[in-house]
Design a protein around this ligand. Structure first.
Ligand SMILES: NC(=O)C1=CN([C@@H]2O[C@H](COP(=O)(O)OP(=O)(O)OC[C@H]3O[C@@H](n4cnc5c(N)ncnc54)[C@H](OP(=O)(O)O)[C@@H]3O)[C@@H](O)[C@H]2O)C=CC1
Ligand SMILES: O=C(CO)[C@H](O)[C@H](O)COP(=O)(O)O
Length: 483
């Protein structure tokens, strides 16, 4: 397939859904690309079907791939995350020369990226963890790209990655977000937000269908209308299309022929696990992840249905009013999910000593990625005005949106509770908002209980210091001395 002449600007191995389209995107943008896949049939198919789209060099082995690329080489690995990526990287390393760059464009866990970066550095190689979002279509037409790696490696990659990324207002949705694991960390949180966004959309759909009795196509009309306003986004637009889709075989609404058990590949779960470690309350993302888990517990669901099934509750709700309330609740909950996601990135950056520019992250998420939305421009503006923002919720634009929508938000959650429609992400987002804005939290009681049963100490509202109450003796507080 290939010649031995090293004429490709870049190489790519892994030509499944994402890799094939990313390779075509690179070729379409005028870069010579060497392509390889473990199973050669995929390479052959790419060349046969799309070989005329640009300058491809087909390779049957990794040796051929390496030989086809100009030095210092840059090789993109776009295979299954985890063991497959390790297998490919391990096979590549002995074939490479000092200063070559291996780019993992899969959905790797950032801790794996840190480990691989250290291992390759010992061989004088650069390892780049590159988050790519946009799915099949985005990979071809312009994804959002989050690069983590050294400045040196980014300089080598920049002409290619910036040329293939989505463009918004002339700005490529691509950035060097930080060193080593920073790119995959940002991509992980992107996917966590994607989980929350999708769950909020799903809860809105469920409410419109269950409380108002709308058919899927009618809910599609509502989403289409919402897409004309503040909620405008790729996922809202796609929801309208999916809800309107009729299954070719059964003639039923497509959404009714799909089994209601949501799967996941793991990025949402990693986001929640990492946030727990860092102590960041990403409650919307966590509830969205658990909602997927719950949906998959089919045996428990069947058992519960057998015991607790009831007739649907009919509520006297005005259609237009409720639709508007759900829109406001969706918007407010979405603001919470994004605020929590950006808090998580800030905490990750601090913990790993990455200088991540949150405004830049919002900028490159405006296009190409699954969570692309008009609303990200507002987040970009908020960070431009105040880079060290304490929380996105209090910036003027979002504060106004929440203040205007909070009554509707409460009404929607209350209606959902009365109707028995589960809305974990709406409810937890509202609880998060109330938790933040409340003057006093019952955490004081938790501290008191902890001190009572375990002498865990507490701080007082009336003076500085750390205290323990002599519960079993005279009930008086005694100040604790620092160790
Ligand atoms: N699908 C999506 O929407 C998105 C996916 N991603 C990430 O991009 C990466 C690629 O995703 P996708 O295109 O969906 O493909 P898959 O995740 O389904 O991976 C299939 C590819 O991995 C290769 N592969 C699997 N195991 C090995 C191995 N042991 N050695 C060598 N190659 C192996 C396959 O080769 P073979 O053909 O020989 O089996 C094939 O090229 C993944 O990390 C994914 O998480 C990122 C963003 C979006
Ligand atoms: O990375 C992506 C988009 O940005 C993928 O679509 C993501 O892998 C989907 O995740 P899951 O299968 O867990 O829903």
């Amino acid at each position: 397939m290939s010649t031995t002449e090293a004429r490709a600007t870049i190489g790519l191995t892994g030509l499944a859904t994402m890799g094939r389209n990313l390779a075509r995107n690179i070729a379409r943008n005028g870069h010579t690309i060497a392509v390889h896949n473990r199973t050669t049939a995929r390479t052959t198919a790419l060349l046969e079907e799309y070989g005329d789209e640009g300058d491809f060099v087909g390779c049957e082995s990794l040796e051929e791939l390496v030989a086809a690329i100009e030095r210092p080489r840059a090789i993109v690995v776009m295979v299954k995350a985890g063991e497959a990526t390790d297998a490919v990287v391990d096979e590549l390393v002995p074939l490479l020369d000092a200063d070559d760059i291996v780019v993992d464009a899969g959905n790797a866990h950032f801790a794996d990226t840190l480990r691989r970066q250290e291992a390759l550095a010992a061989h004088g190689l650069h390892f780049v963890g590159m988050g790519v979002s946009g799915g099949e279509e985005g990979a071809l037409d312009g994804p959002s790209i989050m690069v983590g790696g050294s400045d040196h490696a980014y300089e080598r990659l920049q002409p290619v990655v910036e040329s293939i990324a989505a463009l918004v207002d002339g700005t490529p949705c691509c950035a060097h977000v930080g060193p080593d694991g920073a790119g995959h960390f940002v991509k992980m949180v992107h996917n966590g937000i994607e989980y929350a966004d999708m769950q909020l959309i799903a809860e809105s759909y469920d409410l419109l269908r269950s409380v108002l009795g709308l058919a899927p196509a009618e809910v599609a009309d509502v989403f289409e209308e919402w897409n004309g306003g503040d909620l405008e986004s790729f996922l809202i637009e796609m929801t309208a299309d999916v809800l309107r889709h009729v299954d070719h075989e059964s003639g039923r609404p497509f959404v009714d022929v799909v089994v209601d058990a949501a799967e996941q590949k793991g990025t949402g779960r990693w986001t929640v696990q990492d946030a727990l470690e860092l102590g960041v309350p990403i409650t919307g993302i966590a509830e969205a992840t658990f909602a997927r888990s719950l949906s998959g517990h089919t045996e428990q669901r069947e058992a519960a249905r057998a015991v607790f099934a009831t007739e649907p509750v009919t509520l006297d709700v005005d259609r237009d009013t409720f639709v508007d309330q759900v829109r406001a609740a969706l918007y407010a909950s979405k603001v919470v999910a994004y605020a929590q996601g950006f808090d998580h990135i800030a905490a990750g950056a601090e913990a790993h000593d990455w200088d991540i520019d949150l405004g830049e992250v919002a900028t490159i998420w405006r296009g190409g990625c699954i969570i692309r939305a008009q609303f990200l421009d507002r987040i970009r503006e908020a960070y431009a005005d105040e880079p060290d923002l304490t929380t996105l919720l209090t910036t003027a634009y979002f504060a106004d949106a929440i203040t205007d929508g909070v009554d509707a938000w409460r009404e929607v959650v209350a209606t959902a509770v009365r109707a028995g429609v589960p809305t974990p992400t709406f409810s937890s987002s509202l609880a998060y908002f109330d938790g933040l804005r409340r003057e006093h939290l019952p955490a004081a009681l938790i501290q008191a209980l902890r001190d009572n049963f375990g002498a865990h100490t507490y701080a007082r509202v009336d003076r500085d210091g750390t205290f323990h109450t002599r519960w079993a003796e005279d009930g008086r507080p005694e100040e604790q001395q620092d160790d």
